[in-house]
Design a protein around this ligand. Sequence first.
Ligand SMILES: [Zn+2]
Length: 79
Amino acid sequence: MIHVTLSELMVIYLLLLLGSVGTMWVVRKIGSVQSAWRLRKTWVICQACGNQYQDKTSAALPVCPICQRANERLPIREI
Ligand SMILES: [Zn+2]
């Protein structure tokens, strides 16, 4: 049998509580960063007219809906 005082039991409880809250925060943060990265990956900027459009297909060269020019998927930089 393990003997634990009430104060030690409270410290263990608080450490477990903080650990679970910290783990949930990290998991949610990683999920939000991944979803933002996936969303940014679908946006394309036309190199001819500068139009920004969303292309969810897996086409290598998505076509601009305004000027019909095929564009490469370049990474969009954050400001
Ligand atoms: Zn265009």
